[in-house]
Design a protein around this ligand. Structure first.
Ligand code: SF4
Ligand code: SF4
Ligand code: FES
Length: 220
């Protein structure tokens, strides 16, 4: 048997959260997600938590294990562990309101009007366009792809956002947003001439460079 402490909170009828203790039977090497499922399936069906892939790929199961942001599906369960929601607005139990942080996403601007021609057709199949933005219709090189790859690994778990001191006290869009901006900035096909201005308006300079986001990120 394994004992687990889980923060339970329903803002609709509680003013403060409770920590409840559950004892469940799980297999050797069980993950935190297995424990949550065992509690829900055998003790309390009202326990709310998110999960999907079970393999560290979707980011939906992020929560705090003993105070540290973790993916429930990738973290080994331990007797006596404390499970809490990420430090984000709580909807119920371990489910947080992530919509605010994910509804606005940076996107790739594939070609400016000058690149595509006034009729929108792509007249240049490779090489750089002639306008000032210097974007390219060519596919990223091997080196450029390698530079972008670590940034593409983000699974939008928001562990980084939950620990970011700048997000807590300013309008800073946060590290997840900035990581995506960086990925697009490295993409030679991107033709957003206002990307620097955009990230400045999104509060980039509120970042304190504390590195808390780096330490919290399950994808390095
Ligand atoms: S370095 Fe610190 S302040 Fe900057 S984004 Fe990361 S957690 Fe936030
Ligand atoms: S940057 Fe890392 S911690 Fe932040 S959302 Fe992406 S995967 Fe999660
Ligand atoms: S369930 Fe998808 S990352 Fe954990």
């Amino acid at each position: 048997m394994l004992n687990v402490r889980i923060l339970r909170f329903n803002p609709a009828d509680q003013s403060t959260p409770d920590i409840k203790v559950y004892s469940v039977k799980v297999h050797e090497g069980a993950r935190v997600l297995d424990v949550l499922k065992a509690v829900r399936d055998t003790i309390d069906q009202t326990l709310l938590f998110r999960h999907c892939c079970g393999a560290g790929q979707c980011g939906s199961c992020a929560l705090k294990v003993n105070g540290e942001p973790r993916l429930a599906c990738m973290s080994e369960a331990a007797d006596g562990m404390l499970l809490e929601p990420l430090d984000l607005p709580v909807i119920r139990d371990l489910v947080t309101d992530i919509g605010k942080y994910l509804k606005e996403r940076p996107y790739l601007v594939p070609a400016c009007e000058e690149c595509a021609g006034s009729d929108g057709s792509d007249e240049s199949s490779s090489g750089s366009c002639s306008c000032a933005c210097s974007c390219s219709f060519a596919m990223p090189s091997k080196e450029e792809t390698a530079d972008m790859k670590p940034l593409r690994d983000c699974i939008e778990c928001l562990c980084c956002v939950s620990v970011c001191p700048a997000v807590k006290v300013t309008d800073f869009a946060g590290p997840t947003y900035m990581r995506q901006e960086m990925r697009l900035a490295l993409d030679p096909r991107d033709c957003d001439k206002d990307r620097i201005k955009g990230i400045t308006e999104k509060g980039l300079f509120n970042c304190t460079t504390c590195q808390a986001c780096v330490l919290a990120c399950p994808k390095s």
